[in-house]
Structure formats: structure tokens, C-alpha cells
Unconditional design. Structure first.
Length: 329
């Protein structure tokens, strides 16, 4: 990569989360299909991938081929356990390119960072966007917009929850320990961006995505800062759903405020699974609608003018759960 191009990339990184849009792949469906996963970053030693990850990747490829998926949303912890050193790190090849090699997965991947990515060089993951035709990591937080075949619009806000909440320290697996943002200035700039983009969105579907969950019954549990500051915004701006990872399982949690409901989907079993529900008592009563951690999995989103259908698919290709959401009023 020449110096001029590298300088241009740095200028992009300094922008305030400019949208990164790409036209959807044409298909015969009357909807847009995409895959979602998190916590898929392999292992830090040979063979640099796990069997769970490989099996999930195979089923993702099968699903993407069958459904003609347009893109993949990746919700952090892209490289375990300590991210990458630089944009030339071999882990991009051994943990990403050689695992998700199938033709059907050579579609745009939209990524954000997880806590383990922050143990390494997150900017190097952004720069890798210039080396890979499918790796799209334009900034710490950004917006992706798609127009559905029938004309309705899907907005996806990709957040950096480590900037907002701080990193996790104190345990080898990175669990717990979120004490607050490392830089209050950077966090407040992102909160301003979030509030403005939620306010401005007139999309028929509005997804907000981050690595840390708002609610979770898993080992890490809810994230207090997101409960305090993000959850009210999700209700205020009628967000369709919040997607996250961090806990290594698949969950659907649904809360309500009067007549309003909010849906939280955790899709964090791309590389490992953890079955423990250590924080079941920290979510509202009867809010846990689904939990799965027998083996790995991912989600298929199928979005049409009339509904957003979410399928949780495991590493054997079995649809474990299905739920549908309507467009925003």
C-alpha cells in the first residue's frame, strides 16, 4: 500500500462515522437476506480456528448460497485472543480468509470491534479493508443503509461499545470488568453521533448493533452503561432490534415499557459456546424468549416490505428459532 493511499485512509478514520453504503446484490427474492454472527475469531495458536468456527462457517456458506445472501454483519471479537498487530498480520489469512473461503461468503462483511480486538490494533483491522474486497471496517462506528426490492429502507447502525463503555479486564476470557470509557471525550462524541442518527433515521427498519449486549443472561450479563444510556434511546426512536455478541451463545430477550416492546438478539457463538446462564436474575422476568448454546450458530435475517424474519441456525444447519418483526410505524 503506497503512502498516499495510507494517508487517505487515515483521513477517513478521522471522519465522524461517515456512512459506508454498497448496493445490495441482485436476487430473485422480494427481500434482502444477510447473515449475522459475533465472537468468531478462532484461537491464537495453530490451527488458528476452532471446530465450532469451521462448522459455523460451512453452514453460513450453505445458507448464503441457498438464500443468495447479500452481506454479513460481524459484531466483534474478530480475532482471538488479542486482535492483530498490524494490517499484515497472518491472522487475517488463517482465521478469516481460509475459514470463510466459500464463494457464497465472498460478499461484503461489515465489521465492528469487540473487547478482544482492542487488546490489539483496531486501526489495523480498519486498514485491512484496503487489502480485502469483502472486509469493510471503515470506522469505529458507522451506518449501513439498504433499499429493499419493494422500496422500503433498512438502516443498520454499527456502534463501538468499547469506546462507549470501556474494555473488559481482570479475567483471561475478557469477562466482566467494564468500568467506563477510556476516553470520555471519544465516548461523548460517539453518543452524539448515535443520538443524531437515531433521530434522523426514517428507515422502515432500524437495527442497532454493538459488541456488548444491553441485556444478557450469559456469563457477562447486562452492560450497565448501555442500560442507562442506550436502552432509553432504543425505545424513544422505535428501534426495530438491538444485535450484539460478547456472551458465547444465542439469545432472544424481549422487554416492554407499557405497550412498547424492545427486542435484543445475542448472536455470539461463532467460535466458542458457553452454556451457563449466570445472569438470569439480572434481566426482567419472563423476558428471555430463547437461549441456545449446545454448539455454535449464526443468524439469517430476511427483510421484506412487510416483515423482518430472524432465523437462528446452528452449526449443523438446523433452524433452532424463528421470530418476525414488523416495520416501524
Amino acid at each position: 500500500m503506497n503512502n498516499a493511499f495510507a494517508f487517505m485512509l487515515i483521513l477517513v478514520f478521522q471522519a465522524e462515522g461517515a456512512p459506508f453504503n454498497q448496493e445490495a446484490k441482485s436476487n430473485t427474492h422480494h427481500s434482502v437476506q444477510f447473515l449475522v454472527l459475533a465472537d468468531w475469531g478462532g484461537m491464537p495458536h495453530h490451527p488458528y480456528s476452532t471446530m465450532v468456527q469451521v462448522n459455523v462457517a460451512q453452514q453460513m456458506a450453505i445458507t448464503a448460497e441457498r438464500e443468495n445472501a447479500s452481506f454479513v454483519v460481524s459484531l466483534g471479537d474478530n480475532i482471538y485472543l488479542e486482535g492483530v498487530h498490524d494490517e499484515y498480520d497472518s491472522r487475517f489469512k488463517t482465521t478469516f480468509e481460509e475459514v470463510y473461503y466459500q464463494d457464497s461468503l465472498h460478499i461484503p462483511w461489515y465489521l465492528i470491534a469487540g473487547n478482544h480486538d482492542y487488546y490489539g490494533n483496531v486501526r489495523a483491522q480498519m486498514i485491512y479493508s484496503a487489502f480485502s474486497s469483502r472486509w469493510n471496517f471503515p470506522y469505529f462506528y458507522y451506518k449501513e443503509t439498504r433499499t429493499l426490492p419493494g422500496g422500503k429502507v433498512l438502516d443498520i447502525l454499527m456502534l463501538d461499545t468499547i469506546v462507549l463503555c470501556g474494555n473488559t479486564y481482570g479475567r483471561p476470557d475478557g469477562g466482566q470488568g467494564v468500568k467506563g470509557p477510556k476516553s470520555v471525550y471519544r465516548a461523548e462524541k460517539e453518543w452524539t453521533w448515535i443520538e443524531q442518527n437515531l433521530k434522523d433515521s426514517t428507515a422502515d427498519y432500524l437495527l442497532v448493533c454493538g459488541h456488548y449486549p444491553v441485556f444478557s443472561v450469559g456469563a457477562n450479563g447486562p452492560t450497565d452503561i448501555l442500560l442507562t444510556r442506550l436502552e432509553p434511546l432504543l425505545y424513544e426512536h422505535r428501534v426495530t432490534a438491538y444485535l450484539s455478541g460478547h456472551d458465547h451463545n444465542i439469545q432472544h430477550i424481549q422487554t416492554n415499557r407499557g405497550e412498547e416492546r424492545m427486542n435484543y438478539f445475542i448472536i455470539g457463538s461463532g467460535s466458542y459456546t458457553i452454556t451457563k446462564q449466570l445472569n438470569l436474575g439480572r434481566v426482567p422476568g419472563n423476558s428471555l424468549k430463547f437461549f441456545f448454546a449446545e454448539h455454535g450458530g449464526f443468524a439469517l435475517f430476511d427483510v421484506s416490505d412487510t416483515r423482518m424474519k430472524i432465523n437462528f441456525i446452528d452449526s449443523k444447519g438446523i433452524v433452532r428459532y424463528e421470530y418476525s418483526l414488523r416495520p416501524r410505524n
